[in-house]
Ligand binder design. Structure first.
Ligand SMILES: Cc1cc2nc3c(=O)[nH]c(=O)nc-3n(C[C@H](O)[C@H](O)[C@H](O)COP(=O)(O)OP(=O)(O)OC[C@H]3O[C@@H](n4cnc5c(N)ncnc54)[C@H](O)[C@@H]3O)c2cc1C
Length: 371
């Protein structure tokens, strides 16, 4: 099974045409559902499993173009030694297994989208929420599980004077829709995987792509670097070394980047689009505006059901806090299991929940597609 990290959908809509029919992704604009999970890190992914066992289908939203949260973004190749039952598993290996484990429950992924707004539209007994992403997707949902880790991954911005004037029209920190870059003169800055991946993806549709990095050493996958060098050698794109120190243009329309190389020499690169890829940083982001109690940027939750101060909103994984909290993946898994029990009460108020083991319950095994 291919890990989701292999997918680089330009938008959630592009992702809907994924190659294997899994995971299901969508960009429908108005969605009624039982539960929205904010954050597709390991804890958000495992919440899909626990909810699925209780017949609750989840929609998962993540600002990143891939699932896996910190495991996939910060340490995909590092071994983890404290996941129960796995003496050793890499960050990406764990994510791939979680993706495989939740496959029977058919969650819908909305990647590349940040949850911006969360407003209550129901009552305490019958909660309901309107949840809105920055891509315009609106969910009306009975429950929300906040599994937002350390907050949303956001791009590190380069310290170029006046760059704000061009943001959103000529300067972009993420590629949401590749088509928007067709025929453009693009300067991509950076030496990591994102810079190299987007160089290779955009080169065929751009008018011209220039990649600029401080030095002739890249942190990206060697295969991508080889492909990039082959394109440079064939004259299909340009590679320059230096740093962007200023921008030229009219209003918000960029016309050139002013650059300086290691020897201090200044040069100009004509371009109408600048894509700086300087890595990501984690910020709490819009969570602070959702009416949830916060304690040092963490969401206090009870330890019986991991519900927040707002009935129907749950917090699991690194984002929550309670006495004795350990920011470990295994803690988040436990929290997901308990939160799911209470979500069931909101989603199926008239149904009694019976505790069952997956080893012995044929009903659970049917849901898992193994009996
Ligand atoms: C280098 C390193 C090594 C580690 N090693 C271990 C280890 O050995 N064992 C262990 O147990 N733990 C380890 N951890 C910690 C572990 O990775 C975290 O505990 C775990 O990732 C938390 O999972 P999570 O699902 O709560 O959040 P995260 O993994 O942080 O995922 C949260 C996701 O939510 C998304 N998000 C946030 N806000 C929004 C929003 N508004 N809209 C949309 N999406 C949003 C983020 O983009 C992110 O993808 C390590 C961490 C690091 C950095």
């Amino acid at each position: 099974m291919k890990g989701l990290s292999a997918f680089q959908p330009a938008t959630a809509a592009d992702a809907a045409t994924d190659r294997e029919g899994w995971p299901a992704m969508t960009n429908d604009n108005m969605i009624e559902c039982d539960v929205v999970i904010i954050g597709a890190g390991p804890c958000g992914l495992f919440a899909v499993f626990e909810l699925g066992l209780l017949d609750i289908r989840a929609h998962l939203v993540d600002i990143l173009p891939k699932v896996g949260g910190q495991c996939a973004e910060l340490y995909p190749e590092k071994p983890i030694y404290d996941i129960p039952g796995f003496p050793i598993v890499t960050g990406q290996g764990l994510v791939d297994n979680l993706v495989e484990q939740i496959r029977p429950f058919g969650p819908t992924f909305h990647l590349n989208q940040m949850i911006e707004a969360l407003e209550p539209i129901g009552t305490a007994d019958a909660p309901r929420f309107r949840v809105t992403t920055d891509a315009g997707t609106v969910f009306e949902t009975k429950c929300v599980v906040v599994a937002a880790g350390g907050g949303s991954f956001q791009p590190k911005k380069p310290p170029i004077p006046g760059i704000e004037a061009y943001e959103g029209s000529s300067v972009f920190y993420a590629v949401r829709k590749m088509e928007a870059f067709r025929g453009r003169d693009i300067l991509i800055v950076g030496g990591g995987d994102s810079a190299l991946d987007w160089t290779l993806n955009l080169q065929p549709i751009a008018n011209r792509v220039t990649l600029m990095h401080r030095r002739d050493e890249f942190r990206a996958a060697p295969h991508s670097v080889e492909q990039m060098r082959a394109l440079v050698a064939s004259g299909a794109m340009d590679l320059r070394f230096g740093q962007v120190t200023g921008l030229e243009g009219e209003g918000s329309a960029l016309s050139a980047a002013i650059c300086r190389d290691a020897s201090g020499e200044t040069f100009s690169i004509p371009c109408n689009t600048l894509l700086p890829f300087f890595g990501l940083t984690m910020k709490l982001g819009p969570i602070a505006n959702w009416g949830l109690n916060l304690n040092e940027n963490l969401i206090p939750a009870d330890t019986e059901k991991f519900e927040t101060n707002v009935p129907g909103i749950f917090a699991i994984g690194d984002i929550n806090t309670y006495p004795g909290k350990l920011k470990l993946i295994l803690s988040g898994f436990h929290e997901a299991a308990l939160a799911a029990q209470k979500v069931h009460r909101y989603v199926y108020p008239d149904k009694r929940l019976t505790f069952q083991y997956t080893t012995s319950s044929t009903s659970l095994q049917k849901k898992l597609g193994v009996s």
